[in-house]
Design a protein around this ligand. Sequence first.
Ligand code: ATR
Length: 273
Amino acid sequence: MNAPDRYAVFGHPVGHSRSPWLHARFAELTGESLVYEARDVPPGRFETALAAFLQAGGKGLNITVPHKLAAFAAAEKLTPRARRAGAVNTLALTPDGLLGDNTDGAGLLRDLQHNLGLALAGTRILLVGAGGAARGALGPLLDAGPSELVIANRHAGKARALAADFGADGAVSGVGLDEAHGPFALVVNATSASLSGEVPGLPGDAVGPETFCYDMAYGSGPTAFMRWAQVRGAAGVADGRGMLVEQAAESFTLWRGVRPPTDEVLAAMRSAD
Ligand code: ATR
């Protein structure tokens, strides 16, 4: 019997990554034979670690902080959505060489629209943050056809520059946090503020009873942003675990050509709290 195909996630730190567990469950549920491990790859060591992994027969990788730009540079081909995001979270060895993809935005949209049942076409959306996470979400959010998408960032110039990059893809503008006035149907927190228990300084009217609030971050229990939104009477809140599961499923589909079911995997992850 052939050895199972090998996959891994490269990141730093990577010890708390849920990706090995997720891909092991997907493999069980689809009957695919593979092994998947987490590799701690320090900054500056990405290329060496990638070369060693491919040399040893590795078939695909997930890439997380801080290597998504290095992976973008290392890919021999890019999918349109990776090119648009300017970052790569998935590498796949294909007959045409090393393909770089980005499944983060698709994972977010799948969670918002399919798992949470949100209808986004024709609505006003607020995207908070203008870093790598916001850039990855922006194209897929615009593809959902909102009437307007506002990017708000602490440094307003970064929000304006990001909006200008995507100006051809829809009605998108960039503002400072204190200028992000509602009503919005959806507010997506793509800042790293939750990681330090902080909440972006949005005006009180950014969130109302018509607003669903989504934090791309997650931890044990609701994030600071989710609690902030609940106090303001938001219509609903969610953390980024659904996005995590869906982006993983999208990577698995690229590698194996079979889409794993995600409902039960997400439910198991939520009940593990
Ligand atoms: P990532 O790849 O997670 O997007 P990043 O590129 O470093 O990380 O971007 C972090 C984002 O979180 C930025 O939009 C940052 O705002 P600035 O560009 O103004 O620095 C935002 N951010 C981080 N901490 C924040 C806080 N406490 N309040 C508001 N925004 C914050």
